[in-house]
Design a protein around this ligand. Structure first.
Ligand SMILES: [Zn+2]
Length: 311
C-alpha cells in the first residue's frame, strides 16, 4: 500500500511575501489532488506530538517555550519565523507526521510526507525556518522502541542537515548523511556521520553520479533497515536560495534512484519534502510534487499496491 501523510493545519494564514512559503503544504496537497494522484493512494493524518515525546530530542525548556509562545528574542531571530499558536500547532503535528510516515514505510516499504525535513533545528532550539527536528525525532522514537535497528538519514536538501547531525551525533543505530551545496547556508557546517559537499553550479549528471556513489557506499557499509530521505526541492536550478543547477528531470531521477535502490534491497524508505524557495508558489509545489509522482508511477514495479489506477 502506498501511503502519503498530510494534515490540513500544516499551512495557515501567513504573510505570503515572507521568504518561507508557509502555504506550500496546502498547495502541494491541492496540486497532487488536481493531478488525480491522491485518488491512487491512501492519505493519513498525524496527531500532535506531545511535549514529553519531543523533549527526548530537544531541551524541555525549548519545547515548552514553543508550545506557550515564550521564546526569547534571540531564539525567534535564529528561527526566522514569527511565533503564533498556529505555528506551534503545525510544528507539533509535522514532527509526528514524519514519525507516522516512517511507521507506514516500515510496514509497506515506502511512504511520503507532504511536509518535514526541518533539519536546521538543534537540540537547544530551532533555526532557519525549522522548529522541531522531525527526522531526528522520528529516528530516536523508532530506535528507542526497537521498531527498527538501523536508521539512515539521507539528506539531499541543498542546505546541510546541521541540526540533525548535532542531535544524532553518536546515537547508536543512527547514521546521518548530508549531500549539500558547500557554498550554501549554514556557515560553518556541522559534522554529519558522512558529509558530501557539492560545489555550486553542479548539474544533473554530476549530481546523480555523486548520489549514486554515495548511496552504494551507505547501503553497503551501514546496511540500514529504514532510510529517511529528505527530498529537498531547493537543489533545483531556479531555486531562490539554492546554488545548484539540477533540473526537474534530474530531481525525478534522484528520487527514482533513491527509492529504487532501497526498495530493491528490501530497505524501507520514508520521504519528506524538505526545503524549496520560489516566489512562484505553484511552480514550487510542482517541484515538491516530483517524489510523489515518481512513487505512484513506479509503485507497480516495486510491488506497492495503489488504491485505484487512474487511466
Ligand atoms: Zn534547504
Amino acid at each position: 500500500m502506498l501511503n502519503f501523510v498530510y494534515h490540513p493545519d500544516y499551512s495557515y494564514d501567513f504573510p505570503d511575501h515572507h521568504r518561507f512559503p508557509m502555504s506550500k503544504f496546502f498547495r502541494l496537497h491541492r496540486w497532487l489532488q488536481d493531478q488525480g494522484l491522491l485518488d491512487q493512494v491512501w492519505v493519513q493524518s498525524p496527531d500532535k506530538a506531545s511535549i514529553g515525546d519531543l523533549s527526548r530530542v530537544h531541551d524541555l525548556a525549548y519545547v515548552t517555550a514553543m508550545a506557550d509562545g515564550s521564546l526569547s528574542d534571540a531564539q525567534l531571530k535564529r528561527l526566522r519565523l514569527p511565533w503564533t499558536p498556529e505555528l506551534a500547532n503545525r510544528s507539533f503535528l509535522a514532527a509526528n507526521g514524519t514519525y507516522l510516515t516512517c511507521q507506514l514505510a516500515i510496514r509497506h516499504g515506502l511512504a511520503l510526507h507532504m511536509a518535514g525535513g526541518t533539519h536546521h533545528s538543534h537540540r537547544e532550539g530551532g533555526a532557519g525556518f525549522c522548529v522541531f527536528n522531525d527526522m531526528a525525532y522520528a529516528t530516536i522514537r523508532l530506535l528507542e522502541s526497537a521498531q527498527v535497528e538501523r536508521v539512515l538519514i539521507l539528506d539531499t536538501d541543498v542546505h546541510q542537515g546541521d541540526g540533525t547531525a548535532q542531535i544524532l551525533k553518536g546515537y547508536p543505530g543512527s547514521f546521518t548523511c548530508s549531500l549539500h551545496c558547500q557554498q550554501n547556508y549554514p556557515h560553518p557546517k556541522a559534522c554529519s556521520d558522512l558529509d558530501v559537499p557539492i560545489q555550486k553550479g553542479c548539474d544533473d549528471q554530476g549530481y546523480l553520479d555523486i548520489l549514486e556513489r554515495t548511496l552504494d557506499l551507505l547501503l553497503e557499509r551501514f546496511a540500514p533497515d529504514l532510510v529517511i530521505y529528505d527530498a529537498g526541492a531547493d537543489i533545483h536550478e531556479h531555486d531562490q536560495l539554492g546554488l545548484l543547477q539540477v533540473s526537474a528531470e534530474g530531481m525525478a531521477q534522484r528520487d527514482h534512484l533513491v527509492f529504487d535502490r532501497c526498495i530493491r534491497d528490501g530497505i524501507a524508505v520514508a520521504g519528506v519534502i524538505g526545503g524549496g524557495y520560489s516566489a512562484d508558489r505553484e511552480a514550487l509545489v510542482s517541484l515538491h510534487g516530483i517524489p510523489f509522482r515518481v512513487a505512484i508511477e513506479n509503485a507497480g514495479k516495486w510491488g506497492l499496491r495503489l488504491r485505484k489506477t487512474v487511466a
